[in-house]
Design a protein around this ligand. Structure first.
Ligand SMILES: [Zn+2]
Length: 1003
């Protein structure tokens, strides 16, 4: 009875294309007849339908809908504009032609429907997260005009809510009986074949809903939302259309529902709609001005919360906030990251630095082991920065505004007694679609109904302002928000992770060298626009299903293409900058190399130089901090490396710092720190022991590694090629060996010890053809400690090495960045890596997670060739004193040997910046945003200590100011410069950004 008379379309024709083409291009194509019930496809193709319709004249005064029930996601186009998204899974199957047909309005119309060959959740073969079936076909089940009986719909909504209240409030609640009896009376009064009885029936429900709550009732701030994964079970290109379909539907709902508020994150998605759908974008901007379509989050995409580097996280906000300010006139005031697999303990400081004091997420409700104790609390980062944090107590970002959603929100709410406000996010999500009229109609009825929480359409600002009015009873949580699930996502899709790390490093170098080149030569063109483009490629790939590796193969291919562009362009930009920086050299370059160091400490390392006639030769070089040196010959090492083969086939390598003994199958039987006479490897154990585990998660294949995988540990011991000596010492000792993983997979490794180097390096290649296996390498070390330390963004944190409580053992697989360390007082061992993130330390065994082999949603995930490097560094003292942080940076930011054509000045060394304190890392140098006369320099305190130090510079700095992470300077925070030095004070893990104005205008 919801629908009255129906009427067929006058004509339906279609055109099928493998590409996602524009409307203009589509309508020029040749359309062929199509019948309802027919199918189209395959997967990822698009079927454009042309619909000719004539609304019957005698439907005057009726609400007329075009009903469109089809597999796949659709978009209605009318008068060259997108007007309505359609998705059966998202409960959007009709487009309202007229709410009350007027005889004057046109009855004969032409529409187009752009129907995508994918559903809201892509095209998984059999299950949602299965790899897509490339040969799916999609059926158009219904396409017709109908009369929509609004009065029947209103009664259905009334009944649904009353019945839900009756069922869900329970038999001990009298309100439940009142709802039941109201519904019963309505049934008695309603004559289904006589619509004239409906208004009185509706009135009974209205009277029930009008019975209000007392003053003490909880207030739910409801906000429309539509989580659109920037790429996941569908490629980036489809997301662009998902945004348009979802948001145009939001605009239609806004036209009809004046209270409707919608929150929308991710600058990249706005940017896509801005360029591809300018008409829709103008409408969005209009509703944004009215404060109803609310940009939130402040980041370029909803990124992974663990793996991006500190600088990349800053850039998520810098690119995002600047976009929102430019396009919508203001910065976002809430960080919005509902769906990421954990949250770094450095985020509060980064948020604060980007003008954000409030944070919304809900993902910790997915914890498999422990229930997080708060929904609203202060979250405190490793530096002590605090942000007001809220988890919607409904544990979802896609509720449907049902009675059960409201009741769950109040029942779950952990801050009962402390706070009487919470949020509820409603609308279909993940694959898009967003809120529906039904969600809004439910909400309208349940605004203030005795027995249910008070519910209002609200903005994030109104909600957080209500909380901020009295925070005296709120609790605080210090440190990371660790998600006890999806811990395999630190390792899955190793190529994406490797390229992410490499690209973060190369962008660091390009910006730094370009900045220095600009100061040296004012005619140098700093590549601002190119760098913004390249940063955005990196940032979009940090989306929370791309960098974690939980996406389909098509997305992996897209991401790797972005990285390839990034690396190619960056390599050229770096070369351009070096050419400019070193220009002025003359004469032959034979036998002379310029070596560049982009890190803020002096380095003495073995590098491979370009010798005469293109020959590579090893040399030991010393390069000043953020500077370069010209090298004509190698320095003499204090102790050359010695390599000695022993009777049992083992080989000993020694460099005056370390002595390592490696057995014939590549395991370290001894790692001896000579100065302090300490053995690092546990007695009777082996370091560099490869181990493999069965890795079969309960459901989320690419995401999860379950605790029970640890029960299946198998050491790899089958030699393919036993240990042999590649390089017999001097500047470098190098050994190699190969071992079998299985019949189809093999590891080749070079073990490298350089002169003067405090760590032993493992250059590793793996041919990997496994299914549901997890490869790790382990180092059982002679260290006794309750905690191990892991590098995170701009700092580090500790996690337990024991499994005392459920909170401890739930962290059986954790993440870290360039290094992890296990130390007792006076001695410790660090593991360094150049592209890995998964790791763990249980008791005295340190593990680095290397490769997984999940099969969903990408059946080819990680299959093939891999190359990565890790290192082990035993050290005296604590890791801070031992320079572990610097060593890990050194491994990730190799010294650059300038190409021959930019050979550099004839002699000497040059350093742009130096710092006496080893605790402070100068992380970033770039041209300041919107300025041509100033550099931005970012530093952080890395030891966890309070430090006063000097930043020395050889650059002609006129004035220096502190600024925030969005690069706003505070004129009152000028820093005095004396003797080319600036005094800086840091608290533990504090990030400081400076704007340095140069003496002369740059370009
Ligand atoms: Zn998501």
């Amino acid at each position: 009875r919801l629908y009255g008379a129906s009427f067929p379309l006058d004509s339906l024709t279609c055109f099928l294309t493998p590409d996602r083409i524009s409307y203009e291009e589509a309508i020029k194509q040749e359309f062929k007849p199509f019948k309802v019930g027919q199918s189209f496809g395959p997967t990822w193709w698009t079927c454009w339908f042309r619909l000719e319709i004539s609304i019957p004249k005698d439907w005057s005064g009726k609400e007329v809908h075009l009903v469109w029930e089809s597999d796949g996601e659709g978009m209605v186009w009318r008068d060259r504009q997108p007007v309505q998204g359609l998705a059966t899974e998202g409960k959007k199957t009709s487009y309202i032609l007229s709410e009350s047909l007027n005889p004057e309005e046109p009855h004969s119309l032409t529409f187009y429907v752009e129907q995508a060959g994918n559903g809201l959740f892509g095209a998984g073969d059999g299950s949602m997260i299965a790899p897509p079936d490339p040969n799916k076909s999609f059926t158009l089940h219904k396409a017709e005009l109908v009369i929509f009986n609004k009065d029947v719909y209103e009664l259905l909504v009334d009944f649904e809510i009353l019945i839900d209240i009756a069922k869900l409030l329970g038999e001990d609640n009298q309100r439940s009986f009142q709802a039941l009896y109201t519904a019963n009376q309505m049934v008695n009064m309603c004559d289904v074949i006589d619509p004239s009885t409906f208004p009185a029936v509706h009135e009974l429900a209205r009277a029930f809903f009008a019975q209000k709550n007392g003053d003490s009732q909880h207030t739910i701030h409801a906000m429309g939302h539509c989580h659109i994964d920037t790429a996941w079970l569908w490629p980036y290109a489809e997301t662009i259309r998902k945004c348009a379909r979802s948001w145009v539907t939001v605009i239609r709902l806004m036209e009809k529902n004046p209270n409707f508020i919608f929150t929308c994150s991710q600058a990249q998605q706005f940017e896509w709609v801005r360029t591809r759908y300018p008409g829709l974008y103008a409408e969005i901007q209009d509703y944004a001005r009215q404060g109803r379509f609310i940009p939130v989050g402040g980041t370029w995409v909803e990124m992974d919360g663990n793996l991006p580097s500190g600088e990349a996280m800053v850039r998520q906000f810098l690119q995002g906030q600047r976009f929102f300010k430019k396009e919508f006139g203001k910065y976002c005031t809430e960080f919005w990251l509902p769906d990421t697999f954990g949250y770094s303990a450095q985020l509060p400081q980064i948020m604060q630095g980007c003008g954000i004091k409030r944070f919304l997420t809900q993902k910790l409700s997915w914890n498999l082991v422990n229930t997080f104790p708060h929904h609203t609390f202060f979250w405190e980062g490793i530096d002590g920065s605090r942000v007001l944090t809220h988890f919607p107590p409904g544990d979802s970002y896609e509720m449907k505004s049902k009675v059960e959603d409201l009741l769950k929100t109040v029942k779950n709410h952990k801050e009962k007694g402390r706070l009487n406000h919470s949020t509820l996010l409603f609308g279909f999500g993940d694959g898009g679609a967003g809120p529906t009229q039904l969600h809004l109609d439910r909400m309208q009825r349940m605004q203030d109904v005795d027995g249910l929480p008070r519910t209002q359409q609200s903005t994030p600002d109104s909600f957080f302002s209500a909380v901020e009015a009295d925070t005296s009873l709120l609790c605080a949580w210090k440190g990371e928000l660790f998600l006890e699930l999806h811990n395999g996502s630190y390792t899955s899709q190793a190529q994406i992770k490797k390229q992410n790390r490499k690209c973060e490093c190369i962008l660091h170098d390009v910006e730094m060298v370009s900045g220095l080149a600009l100061v040296q030569k004012r005619t140098f063109q700093y590549p601002s626009a190119k760098l913004q483009h390249l940063w955005r490629l990196l940032l979009v790939n940090q989306f929370h299903d791309v960098l974690p590796g939980s996406c389909i193969q098509m997305v992996v291919e897209d991401a790797l293409k972005y990285y390839e562009e990034l690396r190619n362009s960056s390599t050229q930009l770096l070369k351009d900058a070096m050419l400019s920086l070193f220009q002025g050299s003359s004469g032959s370059t034979e036998g002379r190399n310029t070596v560049l160091n982009t890190l803020s400490w002096e380095r003495t390392e073995v590098v491979s130089l370009q010798g005469p006639g293109q020959k590579k030769t090893l040399a030991l070089v010393k390069v000043p901090s953020i500077g370069y040196t010209t090298v004509t010959e190698s320095l003499k090492p204090t102790f050359p490396v010695t390599v000695t083969k022993q009777a049992d086939g083992s080989v000993s390598m020694e460099n005056g710092i370390l002595r390592a003994i490696i057995d014939p199958i590549g395991r370290i039987t001894s790692l001896y720190l000579l100065d302090c006479k300490r053995e690092a490897i546990s007695e009777g154990c082996y370091g560099n022991q490869f181990v493999i585990f069965d890795d079969i998660p309960l459901y989320w294949d690419a995401w999860d590694v379950m605790d029970y995988h640890l029960e299946t540990r198998k050491p790899l011991m089958e030699t393919l090629n036993p240990l042999e000596i590649v390089s017999s010492g001097g500047l470098r000792g190098c050994l190699k060996f190969s071992i079998r993983i299985s019949k189809v997979s093999v590891i080749h490794q070079e073990v490298i010890l350089d002169a003067m180097c405090p760590y032993l390096k493992f250059k590793t290649e793996v041919e990997w053809h496994e299914a549901h296996k997890f490869l790790k390498v382990e180092f059982p070390v002679r260290v006794h400690s309750m905690n191990s330390t892991y590098e995170i963004q701009f700092g580090h944190l500790q996690r337990p090495t024991h499994w005392n409580t459920s909170w401890d053992w739930a962290r059986y697989e954790v993440w870290g960045h360039k290094w992890s360390d296990l130390s007792e007082h006076g001695f410790g061992v660090a593991l360094l890596n150049d592209c890995k993130y998964g790791c763990s330390a249980h008791q005295n065994v340190m593990r680095l997670s290397l490769l997984r082999a999940p099969k969903s949603p990408d059946s080819n995930a990680d299959i093939g060739h891999h190359q990565f490097t890790y290192a082990v560094q035993p050290h005296a003292g604590c890791f801070q004193e031992a320079g572990v942080i610097q060593c890990a940076y050194n491994m990730n930011f190799p010294l650059h040997i300038a190409p021959l054509e930019c050979a550099g000045p004839e002699v000497g060394s040059w350093s742009a910046f130096s710092l006496p304190s080893p605790a402070v890392v100068l992380e970033t140098i770039k041209l300041a945003e919107d300025r041509s006369d100033a550099l931005l320099v970012r530093l952080y305190e890395s030891h966890g200590s309070t430090v006063v130090t000097q930043l020395h510079t050889s650059l002609p700095v006129k004035e220096a100011f502190l600024c925030d992470l969005l690069e706003h300077t505070d004129p009152s925070k000028a820093l005095p410069i004396s003797d080319s030095s600036i005094e800086l004070s840091f608290t533990p893990f504090q990030i400081l950004s400076l704007i340095l104005f140069l003496n002369e205008a740059l370009n």
